[in-house]
Design a protein around this ligand. Structure first.
Ligand SMILES: Cc1ncc(COP(=O)(O)OP(=O)(O)O)c(N)n1
Ligand SMILES: Cc1nc(C(=O)O)sc1CCOP(=O)(O)O
Ligand SMILES: [Mg+2]
Length: 769
């Protein structure tokens, strides 16, 4: 677990301490609040919510509902542990009420609880389970995992007593429950069954003694919450948590046996095993990182994987040979080459490989051989790429030793982590856009590619159908490079194509032309922080200095129009911006200079935040400046981002509802010819904005975040949009992503100053420590 995930636990007095300890041992932390007056506040500062209904009473259930609903609103995962769900009418009713109000991500339960949750729908299934339980009562080993003293007192076999339930029945039960509540079910028993209604995973192993300690089920629920709190998909989170828990039970059992200890020690050993496992995982991560830094002979840097040419002679034009083309490509800037010869004999591969190796060495570019570690060794290449149907990475390493680079293929997070664990130096992931070179490839979704990049420490390259045009769609996925066959080998002008591919990896630059906010929450300062957080290089031309803080504006000092123009000259004549964000410009003269300069330099992707009227209704620029803004700057802008009061001024219409927003935006587009993002705000519908581009009209919905500190949200949104446009992202996605960034910044719940304070633009992340 990389970051410290806080889990809000509405827990069970019997197992409270165990839950807190298990979360700490696993690298997270527990925050426990149960009073209705604070549950929502606490939910908001945590990343996951655990609702354990053990030892229920009216107030506790009310708190669970409040916390669960709040977590749903915030998009935080909710794990429900419906302790002893069928034990009493009261529990059935209350847990039913809870499930009517709260949507859980995971229900972690045992088989009896699962059938109780389904009982209302299918009495028969419950009876079958009940009969089975009765059959084994008295003979089965007690397996009390929920730590509910009240309930375990009633049940002779304990809550987890259906040990002999057939696996198939358990699978069906988990699938039905998952489908009913549209969530993941993590159902413990002799084997754990995890299902999200589609996927099913059965986890065995462990140690039977886990059933003899109080609260092991509650602890597992906490681990599920911790896992999904770091953004892991709920099915994967539940499976990983259950696997971890069984693994720890096994280790604890081994130690206890070795030392001839009893059940009390088992509980302690369980916690030891968990903390050691987490330490080991952290150690392994650090080992990979340090191996990468140590510049070992076999090390391949992310920069060396930036543009990876993979050969295929079927794309060669008449008169071209692999050698001449590879020479041209590496001369032009390709950073790595793979010899991929699917139809050649070993002798041909060796002979071709030796020629290419010479060319690559001359240009200090690594040559990787596809599929065949043995031939890579004979050629003296830098490494080999092995896919899932080739020789395994571990075996290839055995054959090649530590000095060769080994690349592996992966199509999902699990395969990527396996490749990393097996010692791969990089991963190739495809096919991101299908492929005309390789048939029968499966398309890899962008979301999965992002998840892979997030999950592994080693470099990741994308492969499959990548061209100089579609490469920008991979922006923000976290890839280190692209592996390309046809996009390079079939190109007519290869040096030009290499240049176009490499341009996609250049750092994008964004300029903000706005006013300074000395308190750092809005204006230039917010823009620059936003740009840094969105991975672009930020520059600023300061049009005015403001003396302000979270309580208001105390003074304004404008720069002269000459100096405003001078700054823009300095920027454009050296580091040309890929996008421009315009914020507060208070005088007509300054607006005129800015417009002239932007025309002179033919600036692209201009996003204008028409800071005319504050959300509270105060006019912020002079009347004549407003006219200049409309006449001189609006025609240059690709997008303007008014709030409702500003849109009322621009459209001359009152805006009272969503319909009015749509017609006002359409009127502005018609009148000024630029796209409009009309921001909803409190008066209408909170987090939903209307984007009208002329061709397209779309509502872009956002998540409402309970945070009174909104100073600088307008600046942040428009500079995030400009950053995305600079990266080549299309308008709709640029807005969507910018809104997501703003939501995340608000969710950090930074609370500074006496008034409406700033957001945490870093999203709580420290880049360098
Ligand atoms: C950089 C890179 N990534 C992935 C692959 C695909 O390897 P594999 O899955 O083994 O398929 P083949 O290339 O052997 O058809 C690759 N070659 N390079
Ligand atoms: C070799 C290879 N592997 C792929 C995978 O998905 O793993 S796609 C692919 C071929 C890539 O060629 P092009 O750039 O011409 O689409
Ligand atoms: Mg292969």
């Amino acid at each position: 677990m990389e970051k410290n995930v806080k889990v809000h636990c509405l827990t069970n007095p019997v197992t409270m301490q165990s839950v807190a300890n298990v979360l700490l041992a696993a690298g997270g932390s527990a925050v426990m609040a149960q009073d209705e007056q604070e549950v929502e506040e606490i939910t908001a500062i945590c990343q996951a919510t655990l609702l354990n209904t053990g030892v229920p009473d009216e107030r506790k259930i009310r708190s669970c509902i409040l916390a669960g609903k709040c977590a749903n609103r915030l998009g935080h995962p909710v794990v429900l542990d419906p302790v002893g769900a069928g034990a009493s009418k009261f529990r059935r009713k209350k847990i039913g009420q809870l499930l009517q109000s709260v949507v859980p991500s995971i229900i972690r339960c045992n088989q009896e609880e699962a059938s109780a949750l389904l009982r209302a729908e299918d009495e028969k299934e419950f009876l079958v389970l009940g009969t089975e339980r009765q059959k084994i009562e008295g003979t089965a080993e007690s397996c009390q995992q929920d730590g509910d003293a009240v309930f375990s007192g009633i049940q002779s076999g304990g809550v987890e007593s259906s040990l002999e339930l057939e696996l198939e029945k358990a699978r069906r039960l988990a699938v039905r429950l998952a489908k009913k509540y549209r969530c993941t079910v993590c159902m413990t028993g002799e084997q754990d069954v995890i299902s999200d209604g589609e996927r099913v995973k059965v986890i065995s192993g462990g140690d039977g003694r886990i059933c003899r300690i109080t609260g092991s089920g509650c602890m597992l629920s906490a681990l599920c919450a911790l896992k999904c709190g770091d953004g892991t998909d709920s099915f994967e989170a539940a499976a990983e948590a259950a696997e971890t828990w069984r693994h720890c039970a096994e280790r604890a059992g081994e130690t206890v046996d070795e030392k001839e200890e009893g059940i009390g020690s088992f509980q302690i050993r369980l916690l030891d095993a968990l903390s050691l496992k987490m330490e080991m995982e952290r150690g392994r991560r650090m080992e990979v990182q340090s191996r990468m830094k140590q510049n070992k002979k076999r090390y391949i840097s992310p920069e060396q994987l930036r543009l990876y040419a993979v050969t295929d002679r079927k794309w060669l034009a008449e008169g071209e040979t692999l050698e001449t083309v590879v020479e041209t490509l590496v001369r032009s800037g390709v950073t790595c080459v793979q010899l991929r010869e699917k139809h050649a004999s070993d002798e041909e591969i060796i002979s071709e490989g030796k020629k290419l190796n010479e060319i690559c060495r001359k240009h200090h570019v690594p040559l990787i051989v596809n599929d065949r570690p043995d031939l890579a060794k004979k050629i003296g290449a830098a490494g080999v790429h092995v896919g899932l149907s080739d020789m395994g990475i571990e075996k290839a390493r055995e054959l090649l030793g530590e000095d060769f680079i080994i690349g592996g293929s992966a199509h999902n997070v699990k395969e990527a982590l396996q490749a990393q664990k097996a010692g791969a130096d990089y991963i190739g992931c495809g096919a991101v856009f299908g492929s005309q070179t390789k048939s029968d490839v499966t398309t890899l979704a962008k979301e999965e590619l992002c998840a892979i990049c997030e999950a592994v420490e080693i470099p990741v390259v994308a492969i499959g159908g990548i061209t100089a045009e579609n490469i920008k769609e991979l922006t923000g996925t976290g890839i280190d490079g692209v592996a390309v066959v046809s996009g390079l080998f079939a190109a007519k002008d290869k040096p030009e194509m290499v240049r176009r591919f490499l341009k996609a990896f250049e750092m994008k630059k964004v300029l903000t032309i706005a006013g300074s906010d000395c308190s750092g929450g809005a204006g230039i300062q917010a823009d620059l922080k936003t740009m840094a957080a969105n991975g672009v290089y930020g520059m600023s031309a300061v049009m005015a200095l403001t003396a302000q803080n979270t309580t208001g504006v105390q003074g304004i000092m404008e720069v002269t129009p000459e100096f405003a123009g001078q700054q823009i000259d300095s920027i454009f004549t050296d580091i040309r911006p890929d996008a421009v964000k315009i914020g507060m410009l208070s005088s007509g003269e300054i607006i005129h200079v800015v417009a002239e300069k932007l025309k002179e330099y033919q600036a692209e992707h201009i996003v204008l935040d028409p800071v005319m009227v504050s959300t509270s209704g105060h006019r912020l620029i002079q009347k004549d400046a407003e006219q200049s803004l409309k006449k001189e700057l609006f025609p240059l802008a690709e997008l303007i981002t008014p709030n409702i009061p500003e849109a009322e001024v621009l459209s001359g219409r009152k805006i009272k509802n969503a319909q009015d927003m749509e017609s006002a935006a359409e009127k502005i587009v018609e009148e000024y010819g630029c796209a409009v993002l009309l921001k909803g705000g409190h008066r209408i519908n909170d987090a939903n904005d209307f984007l009208c581009t002329g061709e397209k009209k779309v509502w872009i919905c956002g998540e409402r975040v309970e945070n009174p500190n909104t100073h600088g949200t307008g600046c942040t949104l428009s500079s995030a949009i400009a950053s995305n446009l600079a990266k080549g992202v299309g308008m709709e996605e640029a807005v969507q992503k910018a809104k997501e960034y703003l939501t995340e910044a608000l969710k950090e719940q930074l609370d500074l100053g006496a008034g409406s304070g700033p957001m945490d633009h870093t999203l709580g992340k420290i880049i360098f420590e």
